[in-house]
Write a protein that binds this ligand. Structure first.
Ligand code: ZN
Ligand code: ZN
Length: 528
């Protein structure tokens, strides 16, 4: 296998997560047997379960972590209907080492007690990730970021009292609920916010005739086990303490809300499996959670990637800076800055519109020499492409920090960059797969769990990450069975590199055109 560098064109294993190729993988018995065949993983989960139940009633034999994994692949969102379906399935309970079928009450208690052990499922997945990586360095070498709305079942309810300055409450009506906006609207809002300049107020934005309005004071109501917040001049109450709120008004009236979380994922380009899978309250911006998500994926992989690709939501200075200073290349689309009206990157005296540094002596184009992190800062070395004088000779260097969103460890004209940029879209479908397979990022009544809170949804997401890796690990041939997929393919970058190089060479030709004649027309490219 060739040695990998930051500029190596990424590769992927086609169809590795197409589990429908192996119907046996859909069976809980196959899954349970997989875990039982990996004593180290099983022991870690058992230890975590025992910690979670330390104060509970006497234990009977049975492995609740295995039962929970069976629940996660059942495509049933709540414990009760799942229990009703499997209660007579003695072979399932026996496979999980139960001597008798437990009661529903006990199953509910044990599963909900697991809310605190999401990290243990991720640690088990990390064990597999690192084992796979030890056998193939392409595992985890390139990352994609993706996020999707995840609803809570709770709905905010009008909560003004007769003591508040509220006509609705004074007239004795206290009950209206905020209507739910669909996750499609919530997603459109998030994507719209991501196109706005990062700095300053986004101003009023409106989606489908609804205006997004701010949510004010928010307090936990311990007595009623929920949270109160203000929006549009009213108090509202929700029984989900963790979920974020985005309120929408029509005219001056608050009419709807989107209430829930954002499910964020780091997806491995090579295997399509998640390296991190976390929820945040829906009113937080994705980029604000970037560093924490990155660190989690880094811990699971025990390494940093060469390249990270994401959408405009991550195209902000602190994300570029953090990546470059870790030696990680950023692959994000252009996002407008406050004060800049241009929809494209603009050239400066220091770098051109693709962020490629200019020769300091003649202002001309440069060739990449190398990138390295020196004293915690990403730094580029380059060389004048067409030396004009003696002064243009020799290497020049610049810290990426000087213009973090422009100066990148892997340049925008590199095939590796193009491969990640062009393939990114296909990784956004990953969330749809996870929703179908494990009911993650629920977007409707049929899929969302009735239990409120972030921990319950996080537990399912973390367990699903382990299941993904159990399956990928086997199919990739990193366990004791031969691979059923492969060989890996180089990821195509489409025509992006060719297009950018053409633009650059046209510009050079224009610069060389003899004075007096009309210079050739040079198209300004859309920002990569
Ligand atoms: Zn009110
Ligand atoms: Zn020069």
């Amino acid at each position: 296998m060739r040695a990998l560098t930051r500029r190596t064109v990424p590769e992927h294993l086609p169809e590795i997560t197409r589990y429908s190729d192996e119907p046996a993988l859909a069976s809980p018995h196959t899954l349970i047997a997989m875990v039982k065949g990996m004593p180290q993983i099983r022991a870690g989960l058992q230890a975590a379960c025992h910690r979670a139940y330390e104060w509970g009633p006497d234990r009977m034999p049975g492995d609740w972590a295995l039962a929970y994994l069976a629940f996660v692949i059942s495509r049933i969102p709540d414990i009760e209907p799942w229990y009703q379906r499997v209660r007579a399935d003695h072979s399932l309970w026996a496979a999980c080492d139960f001597e008798q079928v437990p009661s529903y009450r006990l199953a509910h208690l044990r599963f909900t007690e697991m809310e605190g052990m999401a990290d243990s499922f991720e640690e088990a997945a990390a064990h597999l990730i690192q084992k796979a990586r030890a056998k193939d360095q392409r595992v985890g070498a390139w990352w994609h970021l993706d996020a999707s709305e995840a609803e809570t079942h709770a709905a905010p309810q009008h909560d003004c009292t007769a003591y508040d300055d509220c006509r609705t409450a004074k007239s004795g009506r206290r009950n209206p609920r905020m209507q739910r906006v669909g996750t499609a609207t919530a997603k459109a809002t998030r994507q719209l916010l991501a196109t706005m300049p990062v700095e300053g107020q986004p101003g009023s934005i409106s989606v489908e005739g609804l205006s997004v309005i701010p949510v004010g004071a928010s307090v936990v109501d311990h007595e009623r086990k929920g949270r109160r917040f203000t929006s549009g001049g009213h108090w509202w109450f929700t029984r989900d303490i963790d979920a974020g709120v985005r309120a929408y008004s029509r005219g001056s009236r608050v009419v709807k809300a989107w209430h829930g979380f954002l499910h964020m994922e780091v997806i491995d380009h090579f295997t399509h499996a998640p390296l991190a899978s976390r929820l945040i309250p829906a009113d937080q911006q994705e980029h604000a959670a970037y560093e924490a998500l990155f660190e989690r994926a880094q811990r699971h992989l025990d390494a940093v990637p060469y390249l990270v690709a994401g959408d405009a939501g991550y195209s902000v200075e602190h994300v570029f800076k953090s990546n470059s200073n870790l030696g990680v290349g950023s692959v994000f689309p252009f996002r407008r800055h406050a004060g800049s009206e241009s929809a494209h990157r603009q050239p400066t005296a220091v770098y051109d519109e693709h962020g490629i540094p200019r020769c300091r002596r003649c202002g001309g184009e440069s060739d990449f020499v190398r990138f390295a992190v020196t004293r915690g800062k990403g730094r580029l070395w380059f060389r004048c492409r067409l030396p004009q004088t003696q002064k243009c000779q020799g290497e020049q260097s610049i810290f990426c920090d000087e213009a973090p969103r422009h100066l990148l460890p892997v340049w925008r004209i590199e095939p590796a960059y193009a491969a990640m940029r062009v393939s990114h879209q296909s990784y956004e479908h990953k969330h749809r797969d996870l929703r179908i397979q494990y009911l993650l990022a629920p977007d409707c009544l049929a899929l969302r769990p009735k239990r409120p809170g972030m921990a319950w949804q996080q537990l399912r997401a973390s367990a699903a990450m382990l299941i993904e890796w159990l399956r990928v690990f086997q199919r990739g041939g990193w366990g004791d069975k031969p691979a059923v997929v492969g060989p890996a393919r180089e990821t195509g970058g489409g025509t992006m590199v060719k297009r950018l190089l053409q633009i650059r060479s046209d510009r050079r030709a224009a610069a060389r055109a003899p004075t007096g004649s009309d210079p050739p027309i040079v198209m300004v490219p859309p920002a990569a």
